[in-house]
Design a binder for this molecule. Structure first.
Ligand SMILES: Nc1nc2c(ncn2[C@@H]2O[C@H](COP(=O)(O)OP(=O)(O)O)[C@@H](O)[C@H]2O)c(=O)[nH]1
Ligand SMILES: [Mg+2]
Length: 203
């Protein structure tokens, strides 16, 4: 599998296609984040769960968002994946050709090790390639009170954040959508540094 960032240019139809994966430990809020994202565009009904055949039956969230531009249209393929469900060292098809990753972590301190394990799995799946992939870490479940939160600097130090060329972090509350679009926009800006892209929901 090529290690280059994948962005497909369909010159004939003037479509830019990228693949975005929500990755992270089970129960961190990937599905909730993807659902919120799609609900912003009234596309929640188009979300599908697809079956994988990596040894056992697994389901992923999958959906497509399309945006019309002046010259090019943008087609975003959005997936969610949970690494620990795969056999170690086997990169699932959902992660092939990825353009950017939203790493959904559970911000509760008790989940720190869980998050780090998932992060390390992601790194193992990509090896050196990971350092060039745009990644936004969403510290999710920030609404939960009476629980100690992960110290952001401690987390960043633990993952050697300075090795990553396109890494950012934000806080999210996927159940009400706080920060979810912001994380998505940060990722799009990493993927398209030359394009002034901003997806907003206008009420
Ligand atoms: N309090 C709180 N609960 C959340 C948040 N995001 C997700 N959840 C809950 O956490 C559980 C797991 O979420 P889900 O999106 O299925 O996690 P996934 O396994 O990463 O896809 C569900 O019960 C969600 O309602 C959040 O920001 N705050
Ligand atoms: Mg899920």
């Amino acid at each position: 599998m090529g290690s280059e960032l994948t962005m497909i240019f369909d010159h004939e139809n003037k479509i830019l296609q990228v693949k975005i994966v929500y990755y992270g430990p089970g129960m961190a809020g990937k599905t909730t984040s993807v659902r919120y994202l799609f609900s912003c565009f009234d596309k929640e009904d188009s979300l599908k769960s697809i079956e994988s055949t990596v040894g056992r039956t697994l389901f992923f969230d999958f959906g497509v968002l399309k945006f019309k531009g002046a010259i090019w249209d943008l087609k975003l393929l959005v997936y969610s994946a949970t690494g620990q469900d795969f056999y170690a060292g086997t990169r699932p098809a959902t992660l092939n050709g990825v353009s950017g990753i939203i790493f959904v972590a559970d911000s509760q301190k008790k989940c720190l090790e869980h998050n780090i394990r998932s992060w390390n799995e992601l790194n193992t799946l990509f090896e050196e390639e990971i350092y060039n992939i745009p990644i936004v870490i969403s510290l999710n479940k920030y609404d939960i009170e009476n629980s100690d939160k992960i110290n952001e600097n401690e987390f960043l130090n633990k993952i050697n954040y300075n090795l990553y060329n396109n890494l950012d972090m934000n806080r999210t509350v996927a159940i009400n959508g706080t920060g979810v679009l912001e994380a998505f926009n940060k990722l799009l800006r990493f993927i398209f540094p030359q394009i002034n892209i901003q997806i907003a929901v206008i009420n």
